[in-house]
Design a protein. Sequence first.
Length: 250
Amino acid sequence: AGTLYVVATPIGNLEDISARALRVLREVALIAAEDTRHSARLMSHFGIATPLAACHEHNERDEGGRFLERLQAGDDIALISDAGTPLISDPGYHLVRQARAAGIRVVPVPGACALIAALSAAGLPSDRFIFEGFLPAKTAGRRARLELLREEPRTLIFYEAPHRILECVEDLEAIFGADRSAVLCRELTKTFETLKGLPLGQLRTWIASDSNQQRGECVLLVAGWQAPEDDQAISAEVLRVLDLLLGELP
Ligand code: SAM
């Protein structure tokens, strides 16, 4: 049987594709792409003539069988999305799952991923983090989701559409408070790349006052929740009282 390669492509700067990714894309029998017209431009830039076939969220489940047949017949296939790593807020999950269930070898060819690029340069704690993908598009749903994350101690990472960035930051401020640190990472690897770290309240004002900040692609990082000093003071007090009581034990 053939191999299914899951290949990352650039998120902006076309230099961000590995030598291995280019070789695999050149050598496979077929490239399964989220949008064949979009990827045709990328392939022509690199002089790659491998045939492209559509594998997007609407046909992925049904058409997966077609790709599986090709794989079982011995053809190698590369799975790509429009930008970055497939399956990360992008199609590919069903195909990968079906291929693995069928005993097909699935090989990652790693590369650009917006959330990792953002985390690597944001300067927020990176030892533990959670990726929340896209928040619900409407305020009520978004706030409900954020409520569940209010006391999340790990760094939070969100993808957001540019036309929703301001309302999203407003909701983050409403739930997490104006003082919580955040970093907006916009247009990563592109000409107008901007990383701005500010407490949520100030970040909201900054975005509101500059419409350029409401354009392009963005990743939003929010520092995890930290127990307020007061809570620690209470537990210290509890410990002191316990200590006194222990001293009274016979
Ligand atoms: N699979 C991609 C990855 O590996 O990052 C993500 C695809 S998702 C449909 C697109 C979202 O990723 C955008 O709305 C934005 O939140 C984020 N994104 C992609 N490219 C970006 C870039 N160059 N700068 C900032 N954010 C980016």
